[in-house]
Design a protein around this ligand. Structure first.
Ligand code: FCB
Length: 455
């Protein structure tokens, strides 16, 4: 047993948390499954994007990835041996609906059915995400999320999946990080489908939120005792200075980065100042949309990695604000992301104060480091273990302060395809050798295991 104190002296103990607290890891379909052309899986926007030269840094794709589609029993064994009592995974829409408006693909549904059975056999609670960015390319060819029709297609997909798995899966996340879907994919162009149009991004965002709102009652109708939520990527925000210009920029950035999502999801509509600010780029909204989006959910999923420092930046469209690199001297990960555990506590406190969701789950939190397998076979990723322990500590502080956090999912179970960064970035608690597909528990994974084994 590795001594937890070797990684992070003073780290919290499992017994500091409720006995029914959920401890998991998270993954997503495109990042781990591979089997890109098997069993009727359609092309996804990430297949197309990754095949476009210059889009993914190492020129790679998710075609093989961690080969989880075939190796899932081994991966679930590792999860069980780590002591996880929950696992967050996502369902690849292109596996379930192979062609435009086709009947659900039995082979795709069977795969997730086996996977869910595998979790239950190992005492692991399944948490299914219905959209983690792998839109079928045939829908993108018709305009993708910018088209209202995609909401209807999503609901058909959700209906098929929840009918099939709803007898065993109670916990559903409608979408992963709509900000990334909308802004990274359609405005910044660094994620699939690689578009760079602000108005398109806001229309995409509206349809994604609408599809969430409409999926909630559908899932409840199909799944006895369903518990449904959405996962947002959020950052605590800090002004670059105490100047009026930077505080005003921070408020503008906050309007789009935080309130644009949390306000409508809590029945308050889009923030008026931001709507005014985006002007003609505002989305087309139909009667009833905002009521649908504001449907009550059972929990809020929070994905936290790092805080953002915001400065005024005239001519930096559309908000005259920009996010600065981490402050000089800040500790950072190999992604260049600031390590700030207290930011998690701050963020949770703010969400609780602003919206008081009934329950919160950390649905992602983790760190990237350039791991090496040593001659003795060990991956001594002390920094990742420390990141994990310190963020669990910050989560404990938030709970002590009264925030109802009920579970934690580390990103990620295994190293995987990190989107536009390809395989250059490792976030796993388990190391993957992409040549042999060998899995190897890193020291951070051993720390998590030992933390979970504490009496
Ligand atoms: C999140 C994504 C996840 C992974 C981590 C590092 O934004 O949801 O798929 O890429 O970042």
């Amino acid at each position: 047993m590795t001594n937890p104190d070797q990684i992070e002296p003073g780290a919290p103990a499992r017994t500091d948390f409720a006995s029914d607290f959920l401890w998991g890891c998270a993954t997503s379909s495109y990042q781990i499954e591979g089997a890109g052309r098997e069993d009727g899986r359609a092309e996804s926007i990430w297949d197309r994007f990754a095949a476009t030269p210059g889009k993914v840094r190492d020129g790679s794709s998710g075609l093989v990835a961690c080969d989880h589609y075939h190796r899932w029993p081994e991966d679930l064994d590792i999860a069980r041996d780590m002591g996880l009592n929950a696992y967050r995974f996502s369902i690849a829409w292109p596996r379930i609906v192979s062609e435009f408006r086709a009947q659900p693909n039995a082979k795709g549904l069977d795969f997730y059915s086996r996977l869910v059975d595998g979790m239950l056999e190992r005492g692991i609670q399944p948490w299914a995400t219905l959209y983690h960015w792998d839109l079928p390319q045939y829908l993108q060819d018709r305009g993708g999320w910018a088209e209202r029709e995609t909401v209807q297609r999503y609901l058909e997909f959700v209906d098929a999946v929840t009918r099939r798995l709803g007898d065993r899966v109670r916990h559903w996340i409608t979408h992963n990080e709509p900000w990334c879907t909308a802004i990274l994919g359609n405005f910044e162009g660094v994620h699939a489908p690689g578009l760079s149009d602000f108005a398109t991004a806001l229309q995409v965002c509206h349809h994604v939120l609408l599809s969430h709102g409409k999926a909630v009652p559908l899932i409840r109708a199909n799944v006895p005792g369903a518990r449904v939520g959405i996962s947002l990527s959020l950052h605590p925000l800090r002004p670059a200075s105490d100047s009026d210009a930077d505080s005003a920029a921070l408020a503008r950035h906050d309007g789009l980065r935080y309130r644009w999502f949390l306000d409508p999801l809590h029945g308050r509509g889009y923030p008026a100042e931001t709507l005014q600010r985006v002007g003609a780029a505002a989305p087309a909204i139909q009667d009833g949309d905002m009521d649908a989006i504001g449907v009550a959910t059972d929990f809020m999923g929070v994905n936290y990695y790092f805080p953002e420092t915001v400065a005024g930046a005239p001519d930096h469209a559309p908000l005259d604000a920009r996010v600065l690199p981490p402050p000089a001297g800040a500790q950072t990960t190999a992604m260049g992301w600031e390590v700030a555990p207290e930011g998690l506590c701050e963020l949770l406190g703010r969400i609780h104060a602003d919206y008081a969701p009934k329950e919160l789950y950390i649905t992602e939190n983790g760190s990237c480091y350039n791991d090496e397998v040593r001659a003795d076979g060990r991956v001594a990723d002390v920094q990742r273990g420390s990141y994990l322990a310190r963020h669990i500590g910050a989560m404990k502080d938030a709970i002590t302060a009264g925030v109802p956090v009920k579970g934690y999912f580390a990103w990620s179970l295994v190293d995987n395809f990190e989107w536009a960064e390809g395989y250059l970035r490792r976030f796993g608690l388990v190391h993957i050798d992409y040549t042999t597909q060998q899995r190897r528990l890193k020291d951070s994974g051993k720390w998590y295991r030992d933390f979970l084994r504490q009496p």
